[in-house]
Design a binder for this molecule. Sequence first.
Ligand code: NOJ
Length: 760
Amino acid sequence: MNDVRRRTVLAAAGGTAVAGKAATARAQSPAASDAARRAGTEPGPHEAEVRALLGRMTIDEKLGQLQQLAWTGATGPGGGQTAAAEKAARRGRLGSVLNVYGARTTNALQRMAVRESRLGIPLIFGLDVIHGMWTTFPIPLGQAAAFDPAVAERDAEVSAREARSNGVHWAFSPMMDVTHEPRWGRIAEGGGEDPYLTAALAAAKTRGYQGEDLRSRDRLAACAKHLVAYGGVEGGRDYNTVDVSEARLRNLYLPPFRAALDAGVATVMASFNTVSGVPAHGYRHALTEILKEEWAFGGFVVSDYNGVQEMTVHGYAADRSDAARLAFDAGIDMEMASTTLNEYGKRLLRSGRITTDRLDDAVARILRLKFRLGLFDHPYADEDTVIAGPTKASRAAAREAAGRTMVLLKNEKSTLPLGRSGSIAVVGPFADSTDLRGSWAGTWADAFRPVTVLEAVKDAAPKARISHVRGVDASGRNTRGIARAASAARATDVTVVVAGEAATLSGEASVRGDITLPGEQERLITAIADTGAPFVVVLLSGRPLTMEGWLDRTPAVLQAWHPGLEGGNAIADVLFGAVNPGGKLPVTFPRAVGQIPVYYNHENTGRPYDPHNHYTSGYLDLADGPQFPFGHGLSYTTFDIGEPRLGVSRVRAEALCKGDTVEVAVPVRNTGRRKGDEVVQLYIRDPVASIVQPVRRLSGFRRVTLRAGEATTVRFRLGAEELGFWTQDRQGRFLLEKGEIQVFAGNSSLAKRERVLTIT
Ligand code: NOJ
């Protein structure tokens, strides 16, 4: 992140002072040439080859490069374009295929393009490798909870190695849609509600996939998705409407994309929603004005599946030809699944409704990536060195990652960690379930069965007497097993209830209107509570769940997300204290659906909630505030985070614009009796600004491991990027305003320790 910051600050320094409220910085085209170089555009190493190839291509071949079709093959999912893909590959009328993998399958397909087509331009194979190929890591929302970008980076490295060896060149990841909507199933795929955290993860994941050199046989091109504001879908309903101001677009939704770009992301995918009345596939402002012009992105933009054609359904494009023109003009370079550009491209060119320059620009972007990936020299996967499944090392990485994602929400009377002797009942619909991998764990990885929590508990506590009762199903109304589960709880020292949501309840198009525990699981928990015996609840979910019906009666709750292939073992690691949980919530947990959206970085309103004043902003029938705030998470030890100390208490705006930063030092001490992790979190608030600012803004975080009694000081740097904000100006105006900034340090978004920094 440091580099990212520095660049933006430098850009800000080139700006003009704005009169009025002492605004001093303007960022317009941050480090354009830098971004272009990273994205592999001119004057890149392959420019001459790209130009030479372009010169030999017919219009049909050029349009062909813009086309991506879905493979179904024997094993793949998708829309049945296999025959069409093969035919197009042979004729040199295809740029890419999605949903295809396997060295043999991809090589056979690649041979059609390379050996049979006139120019032999290789295909690029893309796949939704979102949190693992064979080795499923925790879902991205869980990875965000680790508050440790190294977790995301490691996932991407392992994924890249496994996928590239199986013929895949391109992952449709990272997903970086900031959202305030726990009902939206795709919350599972991203980094939660905060742009700063999501940006750090987007950059880390991009680095992990791409490494230094895309030609390496263990790297993938990454795809920053979905541009833009997809997380804002109304009501959390997938593919829905988004109406967003320019300031919110730039302050909330765009920072992760900018961070991915700064990390060199090769491609970007458009989103299915509308943005202020325009389908994102036709939203030139984001795809071209901001991405390609202001940020000088030199990679290519791929549509989402049928996203171009669907502009007719949105009520924006008159017909498919119009959709092709609008998408192409807006900045889409490659069309996934629908075929409008290929069908109508020639006619559109002839009538002058799209230009040859734009066509060459799009094709060049795609060819550059093929050169960067080394596909012209090495189009085939090596069939002798295929990684055919998870390895010991990849499993160990997934287990460690999953351990870091766990968030201890509650732990009264130190119910956790459990002892390894005595008797333990493991109950609930997910106790002995292999449904641990979460959304987007592709069918390709189905062959690798996760260890269940029950199996892992038995393994971790061989001397304990362990019983198991399912109690209830994950959904459904049958309650007959509850009594048996309660008797098991009565008969044992402690009960572990493994509850939650099936993987199919989150992810794309998996939206819930009710985010309580499905089926009769709440009744199971309250029946266990009725026994009076100690118990803990382990929650598996792809989103925040509401828990008002049972939380007060539950001594301990561990949020385990969908923890992946090694999730069962990782849960046991935490239950028995081999791993001390240190994750934090990357998203606010609401008390009730009626509160949504509820998020920590909200505006204050003119009448913030006051229990003694009726005319303030709240609900008559809901307590104020969330169930658990953003950044919350406990440990088996305790920490004290001290006052933040500022390097200087006053700083000149001009100095910040030139790249100066202010150090904030935050002391932290492990005050408990065991080693553990704490995430030191830094928040700022700009209390008076020309655009109302959030009551808190995460501006730094660091996960540290401290032995019992150990202390350290975590140092952050605040610069223009953290202290300023984007305005409503469509041209992109970044302001750093003079005045006071409150700086808070702590271990959640409720952080209380405060200092004031004055910008003069
Ligand atoms: C639709 C999803 O929105 C996108 O994220 C995914 O990459 C594509 N389908 C391809 O499967």
